[in-house]
Design a binder for this molecule. Structure first.
Ligand SMILES: [Zn+2]
Length: 405
């Protein structure tokens, strides 16, 4: 089944050859098959007329923590009243998550994945990290794998209050053994109060030995050694990068490691934003992600992150949109995602706006009007659970039949 998307007022392809096209059209199956002027478009089985709207790749959210129970709204309110963020509140969510049933956790992930999809996210990475026991971490990655192919084992999120001694032995031993088959990535929170550089190196190296690819929470709260460790181990991404030395920036610029910035966290913790302009000026590849979690960034909105990056981190609207799409794809080492060149996965969004610039220009406005994933128009109904895992995905009945002919 092929779909012609036509009368595209502005098509952002993120493809270096194609660039940004006006009055464009595209034909997609599961992958992008044809891109060009609307007047020259070939026929297809179905037709979607977007009437001058902007079209761009779906957002690739390369950092989220969706497997949890409960919320921490009172902690957020206390922070806004002046209390600092320390990361210690993670243990509150651990207690609630351990209490929850599998179905409760599953329902919460489904709710948040659907929420993200309605805002244009077509790929989302999901981490464990609120179980902190072999049993609870294993069920976290198992549930995450029902929703996405990009599952990250984050047993080393924080040391559990009840058994901090020997925890790294557990994470790198029995817990890793129980989790590795459900995950593609290993991650660690390398930070004062969580795991130091030596512990983080052990965690990531054990994950690599088990066949997982490394990524890391680095330099969020302090100028620690996380970024240097990321480059040393060729991590796909160093996430947060809020407090960086010149040597850190230089190391990133001469590496394959993406700097993934998570401005929802600085918003929610009342902290200074990372300096995206400094990174871009040095030649570092920057991604934007939501960090969606109940403690330090309870947003699933990539458009919100784009708006923050433009307003407070020195990015242009075009750079921020690239970072939230192609940047995220690079942070997940997925060359098939984040762009609309020929052969790319046909994951794209239609905006209720004439240009991608409106994502930052009109903050807080729900501009995503249609979402196409692997060539299929997605239902954006709130009631419907969403799975971003192709092995489990269903062909949803479209509520947008009026524009299909
Ligand atoms: Zn995180």
């Amino acid at each position: 089944m092929s779909l012609l998307i036509t009368n595209i007022g502005e098509l952002t392809t993120n493809d270096p050859e194609l660039g940004i096209l006006r009055d464009a059209a595209m034909v997609v199956g599961e992958r992008v098959e044809w891109v060009g002027p609307a007047a020259a478009a070939p026929a297809a089985d179905e037709r979607l007329d977007v009437r001058g709207a902007a079209v761009l790749p779906g957002f690739v959210d390369s950092h989220s923590h969706l497997v949890f129970a409960g919320d921490r709204a009172p902690e957020f309110a206390a922070r806004m009243a002046g209390q600092p963020y320390t990361g210690g509140g993670i243990r509150t969510t651990v207690a609630a998550t351990r209490e929850a049933t599998d179905d409760q956790l599953r329902a919460n992930v489904a709710r948040l994945v659907g929420e993200a999809l309605r805002q244009g996210t077509t790929t989302i990475e999901i981490k464990s990290g609120y179980g902190l026991s072999t049993l609870d971490e294993a069920r976290s990655v198992r549930i995450a794998a029902e929703f996405t192919d990009e599952v990250t084992f984050l047993g080393a999120h924080v040391k559990p209050a009840d058994s901090p001694d020997g925890y790294v032995d557990l994470v790198t031993g029995p817990m890793l053994d129980a989790c590795a088959k459900y995950a593609g990535w290993v991650d660690v929170f390398c930070e004062r109060g969580a795991f130091d550089v030596a512990e983080s190196r052990r965690v990531l190296k054990a994950g690599i030995a088990a066949g997982l690819k490394p990524r890391i929470h680095a330099n969020q709260l302090t100028m620690g050694g996380g970024v240097q460790l990321a480059v040393e181990l060729d991590c796909a991404s160093a996430d947060h990068c809020t407090h960086l030395s010149d040597a850190d920036v230089d190391a990133l610029a001469h590496s394959n490691t993406i700097a993934t910035l998570l401005p929802g966290a600085e918003f929610s913790t009342h902290a200074p934003y990372p300096d995206a302009r400094r990174l871009l000026a040095a030649g570092v590849t920057v991604a934007l992600a939501s960090d969606c979690n109940p403690g330090s960034s309870y947003t699933s909105s990539m458009p919100f992150c784009i708006a923050l990056a433009v307003r407070d981190m020195g990015m242009t609207p075009t750079e921020a949109v690239w970072a939230a799409t192609a940047g995220g794809a690079r942070a997940l080492r997925r060359p098939d995602l984040g762009h609309l060149g020929i052969g790319a996965s046909a994951d794209l969004i239609v905006l209720d706006a004439p240009s991608h610039l409106h994502l930052a220009y009109r903050p807080g406005v729900p501009l995503t009007s249609s979402v196409v994933r692997k060539g299929t128009l997605q239902s954006l109904c709130v009631e419907e659970g969403h799975l971003l895992n192709p092995r489990a995905s269903h062909q949803s009945e479209s509520p947008h039949k009026g524009v299909l002919s």
